[in-house]
Design a protein around this ligand. Structure first.
Ligand SMILES: [Zn+2]
Length: 195
């Protein structure tokens, strides 16, 4: 097993800080922490969520993506995903976005939130190539690049970068969102190089 895989495995097992896990993605025991990514260039402050390997408990045929559960706070995100729109929660008090969805603003604790459409563009903040699937549901996709993407709006979102060989995904690579359909009409945002 490579160092990267070791790091990812231990991150998964420890299931620590909840603030890097993407909203409702992942349930029991999941949560590869962006700040722990082997190749993360900075060590703290990850505010993303994980999308790529959404879910950890539960079924899913091999090679089929697990489908994230919806939380009340994240419902507007998933509603927008049905139209392939990337929506972010913004605080009306301090006029800042945040990720993941929650009932109050993590910056000022204000609870007057609204959802605004995001550009869908960003850059790779950190990336780790998974030579083996961290989740059996990802078996058909390995090797794949799990990345913490910093959106143009400033929030960081854990996802997957597709559309190029995983080892070509590097820090600062410009990416844009691409939507993968889920079985219930929602879509899962992943990213691809923005060329
Ligand atoms: Zn605020």
């Amino acid at each position: 097993m490579t160092d990267a895989a070791d790091a990812a495995e231990s991150a998964r097992r420890s299931s620590g800080a909840d603030d890097t896990r993407i909203g409702e993605a992942g349930s029991a025991g999941g949560g590869a922490n962006g700040a722990r990514l082997e190749s993360a260039r900075r060590s703290s402050g990850a505010d993303g969520t994980r999308i790529g390997e959404a879910g950890s408990a539960g079924g899913g045929a091999e090679g089929t993506r697990l489908e994230p559960q919806e939380s009340a706070a994240g419902a507007p995100f998933w509603a927008a995903s049905r139209e392939r729109r990337l929506a972010l929660p913004w605080c009306r008090a301090c006029d800042r976005p945040h990720w993941f969805p929650r009932d109050f603003c993590p910056h000022c604790l204000g609870d007057e939130l609204e959802w605004r459409e995001a550009s869908g563009r960003g850059v790779v903040y950190a990336v780790s190539v998974m030579p083996k699937p961290a989740n059996p549901a990802m078996a058909g996709r390995a090797p794949y690049a799990v990345a913490l993407v910093e959106l143009a709006e400033g929030v960081r979102m854990m996802s997957e970068v597709t559309g190029c060989p995983p080892d070509e995904v590097s820090v600062d690579l410009a990416v844009r969102v691409r939507w993968e359909p889920l079985s219930d009409g929602r879509h899962l945002p992943v990213f691809e190089p923005d060329r």
